[in-house]
Design a binder for this molecule. Structure first.
Ligand code: GDD
Ligand code: MG
Length: 367
């Protein structure tokens, strides 16, 4: 086995894939890309960037496409985060592989260096440094972080052999052969990125990884059991925010101490309200007396009126849940108003600016 020198802390460069449209998170993503949605008080990516930085990453290239300019507006040159940030934009989306190839033009490292690639919608507690170390010491072409899930058919299914070598990459297969899946964090040897064709639509999951395995290149798995979540659905997004507020995944970017609730500056929570279960209450939001809010994300300037119940839901910025309304496992779009006495349940999504009149939606027969 060849021994390579491992990059010193701070030398590692990364590419962050953030060009997706986040369609499963509509209406939340109609105006804001998924990676910028407020999560435990800060844009989702702030948590990922802070964790990457804690593992020695200093320079990160954002691979953007959908609403590209909003990323630079949010994070600038990165100096406020102790990072050196760069932005590469695809005119039309090039897929995950095309995006990596395009963004690699902004890397400064040499052909033998490891490069970290991150999906922009995952929360992970794994040891990035150990993954890079495995990649370098074993002279791999690519090393994939793997995690175990109950339903692998929604992900990239990745079987490995006893030596940790990846034997196949089966993206969204209806017949998964293992519960181990691609967790969306890769280490690529820089020269391997350069073999991806430039300016073309390429999927790393459907083309690059299967091609490398087929060609006998060394593709390794780094499997562990640390915290992991893809926040691509509303349920998962709310769970991610909740877990960060509760401290189930520690984040250097959490703007406060972990606990039952996180209130941003200017939030007004009545002492007679119950706010718990990892709820994040945005800047200037109001929770009135007798309201109960649990495990939810309440956007900036949103209002939860007296006696309303909100659980496991997202209430968008500027939205209002009026007195006595009940909102469970639902998404309320920006500035929407849920009139008094409504009851919304699992999966309900209210589009921005919609005004639901009093008692428009009920589930019980007694009114
Ligand atoms: N720049 C750019 N251009 N980024 C893109 C593009 C593109 O054309 N397409 C997707 N992305 C970004 C998304 O923004 C996201 O951060 C990441 O690539 C993955 O895309 P998703 O759309 O979230 O894919 P997925 O969740 O269905 O599946 C992926 O992630 C799973 C783990 O969460 C795959 O990598 C699976 O194999 C994996 O298991
Ligand atoms: Mg995803």
């Amino acid at each position: 086995m060849t021994e390579h020198s491992s990059p010193g802390r701070g030398d590692l460069e990364a590419i962050l894939l953030v060009g997706g449209k986040g369609t499963r998170l509509r209406p939340l993503t109609l105006g804001v890309p998924k990676p910028l949605l407020p999560t435990a008080g800060v844009p989702f990516l702030a948590h990922q960037l802070a964790r990457a930085r804690a593992h020695g990453v200093r320079r990160i290239v954002f691979a953007t496409s959908y609403r590209a300019s909003m990323f630079a507006e949010a994070f600038g040159d990165g100096s406020a985060f102790g990072l050196d940030l760069h932005y590469m934009t695809e005119e039309t989306p090039l897929g995950t592989g095309g995006a990596i190839r395009n963004a690699a033009d902004a890397l400064t490292c040499g052909p033998d260096s490891p490069v970290l690639i991150l999906n922009g919608d995952t929360l992970s507690g794994h040891d990035i440094g150990a993954q890079v170390e495995r990649h370098v010491t074993r002279g791999a072409a690519v090393t994939l972080h793997l995690t175990e899930v109950d339903d692998p058919s929604r992900f990239g299914c990745v079987p490995i052999d006893d030596d940790g070598r990846v034997t196949a990459f089966l993206e969204k297969t209806p017949n998964p052969v293992t519960n181990l899946i691609n967790a969306g964090c890769y280490v690529f040897t820089r020269s391997v990125i350069d073999t991806i064709p430039a300016g073309e639509v390429v999927s790393v999951e459907r083309e690059t990884f299967p091609g490398l395995i087929e060609a006998g290149e060394r593709v390794l798995g780094y499997a562990d059991r640390s915290y992991w979540l893809d926040v691509g659905t509303p349920e998962a997004f709310v769970q991610g925010s909740r877990d960060l507020v509760l401290g189930r995944l520690s984040s250097p970017a959490l703007p406060g101490v972990p606990g039952e609730a996180l209130a941003m500056p200017g939030a007004r929570i009545s002492p007679e309200a119950k706010v718990m279960g990892g709820t994040a209450v945005g800047a200037g939001a109001v929770v009135e007396s007798g309201a109960t809010v649990s495990g939810s994300v309440v956007g900036d300037g949103a209002v939860i009126r007296a006696g309303a119940v909100v659980s496991d839901s997202v209430v968008g910025p500027g939205a209002r849940v009026e007195a006595g309304a009940v909102v469970r496992d639902a998404v309320i779009g920006d500035r929407a108003v849920i009139g008094p006495g409504n009851e919304l349940r699992a999966g309900a999504r209210v589009w921005p600016d919609v005004h639901l009149p009093e008692c428009a939606i009920r589930f019980s027969a007694d009114t």
